[in-house]
Design a protein around this ligand. Sequence first.
Ligand SMILES: [Zn+2]
Length: 289
Amino acid sequence: MSVRSDALDGLTILREIGMERPWLGYVEPVQILGNLYFVGTSPASSHIIDTGDGLLMIDTGLPQSCYLILDGIYRLGFKPQDLRWIVHSHGHYDHIGSTRALVELTGAQTYISRPDAPIATGEQDLSWATEIGAAFRETFQPDVLIDDGDVFHFGNTTMTCLLTPGHSLGSLTLLWNVEGAGRSLTAGMYGGTGLNTLLADWLTAHGFPLTLRDQFRESLRRAAGLSVDVMIGNHIGHNHMLDKLAQRKADPAADPFVCPGEWQAFLAQAEAALDGLLAEERAESAARS
Ligand SMILES: [Zn+2]
């Protein structure tokens, strides 16, 4: 069965370049806006925020690409030792894979949602590593377990975390203030829209109820009620990051990362993809009966 969704771009890219060589997805580290920077790869995004009191990282990417993150931090003029906090959008391998190495290198404190914490520790085998032909060996003990509505202060950055289950039980929507952009801006990241973990077969095989799809829809609608000026993706396709960088290069006065409405459009697209998946499953089951 095929699932047509832009939200699957991370997996699609990984399959194309080959799981054993994720560094082929190298992306030059770059300042997105103000104190917000990209240090990830095309299979999985990682961002750093200069809080004025140390670096905050969102997602750590695949373990095989950890050295690219470290290189990106240096290239942007920071040092890995500046890293103080790591927040994870959710507990999948391509978002938590380099965490253990970074913690052991820098002593950074790790934050993950309470429902996804057992994935990080290895108690639950739900990291999606096996599915992409890898093994999650880089387990870690999170320092802080995030609950719905938690607000954290990291230097100049205030981050609000909403639990938006669906893609994983503990996918988070993160909202924070962007500093140094010359005006007041709210950035947002939706923790996961890939339908790979919402397929009936996958849910059933892992003992999850099919109603997780209803929860996913509720989460998307809840997030759509938020006001987001700067949409950040945990995969580069989500916010068309490379296109925006190209636009800005062509016209340095352009401000493509400030795009109110993009957030709602992205979430609506994710809901439409869910509808497509459900319709496809219904058609398949009708064809079988
Ligand atoms: Zn995921």
